[in-house]
Design a protein around this ligand. Structure first.
Ligand SMILES: [Zn+2]
Length: 219
């Protein structure tokens, strides 16, 4: 229930085949609601991205290492337990007081022979900027990963999760229940970054969706 209405959020993967899909919701009283959804083609945008010296610079070896370790990082963030009930009742908000997108969701970063999809959004945030929880939830992961750097994962319940990457400081611990807008850490440039910023990811049932479009739903 959101603002008095039964509400469902469905994530559609970046690589979902185009076409028409039927969504079907079945209620406990037996009612069924069906809705047709069209998945359209997304223009493929590719941009080169270098590897910083701290991760080996632009060599074939460091490109290979980047891709293999990215897979390891992502495995550690896959299949996170989610609360069966929604933990939030208010609107989702952006994670920073000042919002400026520096790198959109969905384009591919060309790194040598690899093309790595950007499955989150980058916001301008100088080192040490306060990062807020985009809604109420429970902290599932606080960790430091090679490429994602210092990372926090918040579970908002019913499969909705938010991911905060490249932080310089983490101010929460696993199991903490965080409030909407609570300061959870400080931005930084840990892991695979070419400078300080905040990477925000949002997943619905483990599908990484566009955080900017997601936040627009609640405006
Ligand atoms: Zn990013």
């Amino acid at each position: 229930m959101y603002q008095g209405k039964p509400t469902a959020l469905v994530g559609i993967d970046l690589n979902k085949k185009t076409g028409s899909y039927e969504l079907r919701a079945e209620f406990s009283n037996g009612d069924i609601i069906k809705k047709s959804v069209s998945v359209d083609k997304r223009e493929k945008i590719e941009a080169p991205l270098g590897i910083p010296e701290k991760l080996g610079g632009n060599t074939k070896a460091s490109q290979d290492k980047l891709v293999s370790t990215l897979n390891e990082d992502n495995k550690k963030l896959a299949d996170i337990r989610t609360n069966v009930k929604s933990l939030w009742t208010e609107k989702f908000i952006p994670p920073l007081k000042q919002i400026s997108v520096t790198s959109d969701y969905g384009y591919s970063r060309k790194t040598g022979e690899y093309s790595i999809p950007h499955k989150g959004v980058d916001y301008r945030a100088s080192e040490g900027t306060e990062i807020m929880a985009i809604n109420r939830g429970v902290v599932r992961i606080t960790t430091t990963l090679r490429n994602h750097g210092k990372t926090i994962v918040i579970d908002h319940g019913q499969g909705v999760m938010s991911f905060y990457l490249h932080l310089s400081k983490i101010k929460v611990k696993v199991g903490d229940v965080v409030k909407l807008g609570q300061i959870i850490g400080l931005s930084g440039q840990t892991g695979y970054t070419l400078g300080a910023h905040l990477h925000l990811g949002v997943r619905i049932n483990n599908i990484a969706i566009d955080p900017v479009k997601f936040l627009e739903l609640f405006k």
